[in-house]
Design a protein around this ligand. Structure first.
Ligand code: MSP
Length: 564
């Protein structure tokens, strides 16, 4: 049964990336995570806005431009392109790409600033203290340690003494409102350990935050002064820019903002979980609905760093291994939220085992059998009832495989709601293992021989089993599409299904039907009426594709080779 409920809105963001250097694995990681969530919700027919972009102002970018002998604007134009190229090669489909040097962003950031001034949340004073350009962050003396060439921040970044007139934001007034907010919204920060980290930081007290730089020019000018905005205030505002702020009265802004989720790395939690909601509260806006902070990747057991020469170049990785292996490994190897170690040996091992042997072989074995033995014709059974007690076990197995996706889909929705991409993939992969076990139990080659000698029950069992496997593979393709879209589409096409999985998004699919003798599967085509309703019942994935007609399977083609 399908229940009609209003289509949920989703607003998914990644951090906007500093353009002081080329993209690295960390950038790829958050972008793909956002893409997985966005694709999943698009499949469900939700109104998704998924946004990423580049953080182009600040001392760090300014310095990098000067080192190249370029004007900052020339430099950022070149560098932003590399980030745009990365999302292309990584098959990350965004709905917008924000650059903080864009006019629309200037407008949004200026409007937010004016609003903060109007409410009295900002005042002019003088700053004297430590600043780390690498982190674009202010530090207290008490947080610093002695490094080889002077004082360093807890992140290891060198700090410099800054003394300048400066605007301050009354962050100290938001300690209690933030504690109250997080007490009432424990779901606002994930994973739980990060929530606890924020609460203890808040409990330790908040000082007002310096929010302008007067000795810098590469930034958004503050109206009526010669200061530029602190780059974090400028950057955080990008999340509003993408929704059209300051035009925030319309449904586009309101509905999306209510459903906002910011995916971030653990290092930028404080900016997002403390400064950002305080700025929003001061401006009369709601804090984001949820923040999810993921862990960091190391490279072969070591922190990635330029000096060690072990920074993983995402372009080279994708070029060498193919985009889907990379996307799969990043989210299958490590629980999203925890730190991980990127090791080529483990990468190859997992991809060979799970993608080449597990998934690729199953698809190939099922489809090659149908191609070679059944002339590619969909293995439906139309011979009427046959006494088949001998094969009861195979029929029961076929039912399990056929119903697998509908059994799992409410669990999948739950995992994705919690950004638990790891559990999602674990469930899908355990299904693939079940499919392989069932294919071995079915042993269609043996049933085929019996069928040729006139054993009707064997033929029925073979056809029922293979038909269930085809339906199962269709659902595997749908479930894998958010994570490895190109592979999923290839399975879809090899199955002989029409069009693109992408077109299932929004819930509308061409109608047709899969016939399986007398037991035609019930399932309906999802209908979004005037964009106002969506189907979200437990059997969603199997319903989504259930009515698609497969007469003949397509050409089986190996999905993954093991010689990477
Ligand atoms: N520009 C700020 C974000 C502003 S958002 C309003 C910024 N940019 S960044 O380019 O330095 O970092 C972007 C993201 O990359 C952060 O979420 C950070 O956690 C992530 N990563 C950087 N190195 C990483 C790893 N080694 N592993 C995983 N992610 C890492 O911060």
């Amino acid at each position: 049964m399908c229940c009609m409920i209003p289509v949920p809105f989703r607003y998914i963001t990644t951090p906007i990336y500093y353009v002081n250097d080329r993209p690295h694995l960390g950038h790829l990681y958050t972008s793909v995570a956002g893409d997985i969530l966005a694709r999943f919700y698009k499949l469900l027919g939700h109104r998704v806005k998924f946004v990423t972009g580049t953080d182009e102002h600040g001392a760090k970018v300014d310095q990098a431009a000067r080192q190249q002998g370029l004007l900052p604007q020339e430099y950022v134009d070149v560098m932003a392109k590399a980030f745009q190229d990365l999302i292309q090669v990584a098959h990350v489909q965004t709905d917008d790409f924000i650059r903080t040097t864009e006019q629309r962003h200037h407008r949004a950031a200026t409007a937010l600033w004016n609003r903060l001034e109007q409410t009295g949340a900002i005042y002019l004073d003088h700053y004297a203290g430590w600043y780390a350009i690498r982190d674009e962050a202010y530090y207290d003396e008490s947080e610093l340690a002695d490094g080889p060439n002077g004082k360093i921040a807890p992140t290891g970044a060198p700090v410099e003494w800054v003394q300048e007139p400066c605007y301050f934001f009354r962050l100290s007034q938001f300690q209690q409102p933030l504690l109250d907010y997080y007490r009432d919204h424990p779901e606002a920060i994930g994973p739980d350990s990060r929530y606890n980290e924020v609460i203890s930081f808040l409990n330790s007290g908040l000082r007002d935050l310096a929010v302008s730089r007067s000795k810098m020019t590469w930034g958004i000018g503050i109206p009526g002064s010669d200061h530029v905005m602190y780059v974090w205030v400028d950057a955080l505002t990008n999340y509003l820019t993408a929704l059209g702020y300051p035009d925030s009265d319309g449904p586009e802004f309101q509905e999306h903002w209510k459903e906002s989720i910011h995916l971030i790395g653990k290092d930028i939690l404080r900016f997002h979980a403390v400064y950002w909601p305080a700025l929003l509260m001061a401006a009369g806006l709601m804090p984001p609905k949820r923040l999810f902070a993921h862990g960091w990747w190391m490279s072969e057991g070591q922190k990635m760093s330029k000096s060690l020469g072990n920074v993983i170049d995402p372009f080279a990785l994708i070029d060498q291994y193919g985009v889907d292996r990379v996307r799969y490994f990043l989210f299958r190897h490590v629980r999203f939220g925890q730190d991980g170690d990127f090791s080529k040996a483990l990468f190859q091992q997992r991809c060979n085992h799970e993608l080449a042997d597990g998934l690729g072989n199953l698809v190939h074995r099922v489809l090659s059998f149908i191609q070679n033995r059944l002339d590619s014709v969909m293995p439906v059974w139309s011979g009427g009832a046959v006494a088949d007690s001998e094969y009861a076990c195979l029929h029961r197995g076929a039912d399990v495989i056929r119903e697998w996706a509908s059994e799992q889909s409410s669990g999948w929705i739950h995992h994705i709601e919690e950004q638990n991409i790891y559990a999602y993939l674990e469930s899908v992969y355990s299904g693939i293992t079940k499919g392989n076990v069932y294919m071995a139990e079915l042993a269609p080659w043996a049933l085929f021989k019996l069928a040729r000698s006139g054993d009707m029950a064997a033929e029925q069992a073979m056809r029922h089993g293979l038909c269930a496997l085809v339906i199962f593979l269709r659902d595997v393709a749908i479930a894998l599409w958010p994570v490895i879209p190109a592979t999923a589409q290839s399975i879809w096409t090899q199955l002989g299904l029409p069009g693109a999985i992408q077109d299932l998004t929004g819930g509308g699919v061409e109608s047709g039907h899969v016939t399986d003798g007398g037991s035609e599967r019930s399932g309906q085509v999802s209908n979004i009426e005037n964009g106002a309703t969506a189907k979200l019942d437990a059997g969603f994935f199997s319903c989504l594709g259930a009515d698609l007609l497969i007469d003949c399977i397509g050409q089986p083609t190996p999905l993954f080779s093991k010689d990477v």
